[in-house]
Design a protein around this ligand. Structure first.
Ligand code: F6R
Length: 258
């Protein structure tokens, strides 16, 4: 796993956006996996800027989001579909019919999850999956204990995740208790994983994911199994990484080689 420690959130967002842009420049019809939450907002703003100022083209792109709250219709202010429209899709030229966010209101969640997995396969698989990390070490909504082989399914959120996400809702009791989430196994099948992490509240989870044992208790630790995973972190979130100096050394050598 490559760990890139950036001086600021702006810097990590720009560096992460460059990876997405490089992929689109050589594969305009790439399949992109997106995450919601605070972490990738800067990355999305940078992609919007690249589209508007540099002409970065999303017209042939297909997208799949990691998760959606159960019970929230697409136009609900806190639904992840609405988040993606407002924070990215409405500002770039991706055809809306090419964008996929799991449905939180399907009558048959099991059938929907099978359809979602099939849809990803039919698209040829995800080329690049954007990820954040929960303070409990989750990726997507794969809470501690989720199988590292799990697939898209209905999950129950932990109290910690409900507390963390209550900031987006009027009151904590409004936060849904369940979600549809891609599984860890689904995420691992993406050809490239790009995680963005910032803030000191993420430092313990990031250290456990990057330098701890691979365990279903920290589902982000599954990134250690992936042949092409890159993590962009700010210095606050990197604070508990024991190998910090080494990661910086690697980046310094890479810059010298350029
Ligand atoms: C969101 C998702 C979650 C978040 C994680 C971090 O689609 O899958 O795993 O990435 O909960 O959320 P933020 O970025 O809000 O701290």
């Amino acid at each position: 796993m490559e760990v890139v420690i950036c001086r600021s959130y702006a810097e990590l967002s720009q560096a992460a956006a460059r990876i997405v842009a490089e992929l689109l420049n050589h594969k305009p019809n790439a399949v992109l996996g997106f995450a919601t939450g605070s972490s990738p907002v800067g990355l999305y703003q940078e992609l919007i800027r690249m589209h508007q100022e540099d002409g970065l083209d999303f017209s042939k792109v297909m997208t799949f989001n990691l998760d959606e709250y159960i019970g929230l219709p697409p136009d609900h202010p806190q639904s992840y579909r609405r988040f993606m429209n407002e924070n990215l899709f409405d500002h770039i030229n991706v055809p809306k019919q090419n964008t996929h966010v799991p449905s939180g209101t399907s009558a048959n969640h099991v059938a929907f999850c099978q359809w979602y997995e099939q849809r990803i396969r039919d698209a040829g698989g995800i080329d690049l999956q954007v990820l954040g990390i929960g303070s409990d070490g989750h990726i997507a909504f794969n809470e501690p204990g989720s199988s590292l082989g799990s697939r898209t399914r209905r999950v129950t959120l932990t109290e910690q995740t409900i507390d963390d996400n209550a900031r987006f809702f009027k009151k904590k009791s409004d936060v849904p208790r369940h979600a549809i989430s891609m599984g860890v196994g689904t995420v691992l099948e993406a050809r490239k994983l790009l995680m963005v992490v910032n803030g000191k509240n993420k430092a313990p989870a990031l250290a456990a994911a990057v330098e701890g044992p691979i365990t279903s208790m920290i589902t982000a630790s599954a990134l250690q199994l992936h042949p092409d995973a890159i993590v962009f972190t700010d210095t606050d979130a990197a604070a508990q990484l024991k190998m910090r100096d080494y990661y910086n050394w690697i980046q310094k050598q890479a810059r010298k080689a350029d």
